[in-house]
Design a protein around this ligand. Structure first.
Ligand code: ZN
Length: 149
């Protein structure tokens, strides 16, 4: 295993078993639901937004370690960011997971870059992207259930 693979395993295990921001937010400004039928992952995302800034982000749900780790890292990554910045992170993460690290230009994703390890397991990419698609839906206030299908 490469160093990156080891980091990936550690990150998924740590965040998958005890995710950050794993709770509901009462009176959230935005909520969105996501479902990944390929794996059975489901989550509800809560955002609190003040003056275009995401002041709080949290989620509840059930699913595999990758989906939980991704949601955990995603909520950490968007807290304190503007909605535009959060959208830009989604775009960067999506690019990274669909094209892999070779074409990926570092864009301040931090720990999220380790999740690029998921590209070795194409069937799990949907698990990693689910929380981000749900974030996008919440930002756009689409109000529809997101599916990775
Ligand atoms: Zn999954």
């Amino acid at each position: 295993m490469t160093e990156m693979d080891e980091l990936y395993q550690e990150l998924v295990m740590a965040h998958g078993s005890s995710p950050s921001n794993f709770h509901e937010i009462e009176n959230a400004d935005r909520t969105a639901e996501g479902f990944n039928p390929f794996c059975g992952d489901q989550l509800t995302l809560y955002l609190r937004i003040e003056n275009d800034v995401i002041t709080d982000a949290a989620f509840v749900g059930k699913g595999c370690a990758i989906s939980k780790a991704s949601a955990s890292l995603m909520t950490e990554a968007v807290k304190g960011k503007t909605m535009d910045e959060a959208q830009a992170k989604f775009t960067a993460f999506h690019k990274m997971t669909t094209r892999g690290m070779e074409e990926y230009e570092a864009d301040g994703l931090g720990d999220l870059e380790v999740l690029a390890g998921v590209t070795q397991f194409p069937t799990r990419i949907k698990c990693a992207i689910l929380s981000w698609r749900t974030l996008e839906s919440a930002l756009k206030a689409e109000g529809e259930k997101v599916s990775t299908e």
